[in-house]
Design a protein around this ligand. Structure first.
Ligand code: FAD
Length: 473
């Protein structure tokens, strides 16, 4: 980037919030898994929608590529520079725009700036005696603008839906610098195309989200957390069906973990303990909430577990006896993402299948992985209630990481072929980014791809917004 252009971008945010030296850029250009190592020309930290607008206007005029960035916890290379790219991209980090603007307990909404950290939003809702249900392992770092742009899922989807279902309105700066004020609190608004839903999940390819109106919910009056042991994937579906029959929307989490996943977490997390003496093949973390009372939640949980035990669906179970123990159970599940790192290279999949196909997927995919990379450790866990599996393949003990990664393509192809047979998706919640862009182009319906390209060209004719991510135009 020439000095004149760098100076013009710098003037918009001020010297203090513009960076271009390699050592200052590293936190913006590197993703946590270190799988992408592209470079960018500079990073900007705007403090207002006016500054974001001025940045995009200048970028459009000069054809400068822009990468919006939130907490940089994404896992598909969407918020970092393109691997093998030009190095001319400008990162726009939203972290300074982090205000919680309003908590409105009458309409049950919260208006926030895009850089607000998810955990701060949850806490602000709690303080107002309300509940914001989006919950991810990265919630202490990720930002709501990133959650919206990735349409993040997490553990509450089974009862409350993805981020898409939790957003009522948006303010977005378009690639040409115009500001769309869509900060609506309307629950009903049938006035043409649903523009908000185009932006949600667009991974920063259509504009920069600067504010959002979020839905709040009543706080549950009671909440119980249990971990149950099961022998097979079929048993997990039986337990899910039973829990839904007894608690309906009160099933606020249904997370599963394979034995090896639990072993990794207990081995690598300080203070983590094996929760069940039987050390079963599969674990389910079940959370039941009640709008009525703590007793109601407890009674429902006990009914579910007793029936499941009596008919042989579960081998054993333990209900958390305190808030502290509930947190400890949740930590076992949440730390699974980090606990894989010390075990070496991991080939990761964030996929979904129709819920009833989960056992078949596991059977077919495990057989394929064993054929291609014998001795691999299959770290399978995820949000069973949504048919969303994190199907991660850790290298066999004693292998070199590079030998394991050499098999990545073959493993991926096998997994995607099985997904195709079962009507699944190659990305359940993490998105496409640069990691799965070519796979999307190959595997998604061609008409859907044409519609996506038409939208992208219409809103971003100069192709400055996160080019090379999600879809090529
Ligand atoms: C430990 C761990 C656990 C995780 N668990 C889950 C999980 O359960 N479910 C899940 O869905 N994901 C999960 N993730 C992935 C990740 O945390 C989510 O995708 C999250 O929503 C990303 O938010 P972020 O602020 O970090 O966004 P970033 O990583 O910074 O960016 C993500 C995408 O959004 C774009 N973007 C960011 N901010 C804006 C903005 N204001 N306007 C326009 N575009 C923007 C970026 O360009 C990029 O395309 C996990 C990650 C980790 C590390």
């Amino acid at each position: 980037m020439d000095d004149t252009l760098r100076k013009r971008f710098t003037e918009i945010v001020g010297q203090r919030y513009a960076f271009h030296r390699a050592e200052d850029m590293a936190p913006y250009t590197t993703e946590m898994r270190n799988r992408f190592d592209g470079t960018a020309a500079m990073a900007l930290r705007p403090g207002s929608v006016g500054e974001v607008s001025a940045i995009l206007k200048l970028a459009s005029e000069t054809g400068t590529a822009i990468i919006p960035q939130g907490g940089n916890t994404g896992l598909v290379g969407a918020g970092v520079p393109l691997q093998g790219g030009t190095g001319e991209e400008v990162m726009v980090s939203l972290g300074r725009m982090n205000k919680i603007i309003e908590v409105d307990t009458e309409t049950n909404t919260m208006t926030v700036e895009a850089g607000a950290i998810l955990e701060n939003i949850q806490n602000a809702a709690d303080k107002a005696d309300r509940f914001f249900p989006l919950s991810l392992g990265s919630q202490g770092t990720c930002q709501i603008g990133g959650n919206i742009s990735a349409n993040a899922g997490g553990t509450g989807v089974i009862a409350y839906g993805n981020t898409r279902e939790l957003v009522m309105g948006l303010e977005v700066v378009l690639p040409d610098g115009r500001v769309w004020d869509g900060l609506s609190k309307l629950r009903k608004d049938n006035t043409g195309y649903d523009l908000k839903n185009l932006i949600i999940g667009a991974e920063g390819t259509l504009g920069i989200v600067t504010k959002a109106v979020l839905k709040l919910f009543p706080k549950p009056a009671g909440r119980e957390v249990a971990i149950a042991g099961l022998g097979s994937p079929e048993d997990k579906l039986k337990l899910l069906s039973l829990a839904k029959a007894k608690a309906a929307n009160g099933v606020t989490a249904f997370e599963f973990m394979a034995r090896v996943a639990m072993e990794f977490t207990t081995r690598h997390t300080d203070g983590a303990r094996e929760p069940l003496e039987s050390r079963p093949a599969w674990y389910v973390l079940l959370e039941i909430s009640s709008p009525r009372s703590a007793e109601d939640a407890r009674e429902t949980m006990e009914t579910i577990l007793t029936e499941a035990f009596e008919d042989g669906t579960i081998s054993d179970a333990v209900i958390a006896e305190s808030g502290e123990q509930q947190n400890a159970f949740w930590k076992l599940r949440e730390d699974m993402s980090w606990a894989q790192k010390p075990e070496g290279a991991s080939i990761k999949h964030d996929i979904s299948v129709p819920i009833r196909e989960v056992p078949k997927f596991i059977k077919l995919a495990n057989a394929a992985v064993e054929r291609i990379a014998p001795g691999s450790r299959i770290v399978n866990f995820g949000h069973l209630g949504d048919g969303n599996l994190h199907y991660n393949i850790s290298q066999p003990v004693g292998w070199e990481a590079s030998d394991h990664y050499a098999l990545e393509h073959a493993v991926n192809e096998a997994v995607y072929e099985i997904l195709g047979q079962l009507g699944g998706s190659i990305s359940a919640e993490h998105g496409i980014g640069q990691m799965k862009r070519d796979k999307l182009a190959r595997l998604k319906d061609p008409v859907a791809l044409d519609m996506m390209r038409a939208v992208k060209r219409a809103l971003d004719p100069v192709n400055i917004m996160n080019p090379g991510k999600v879809i090529e135009v």
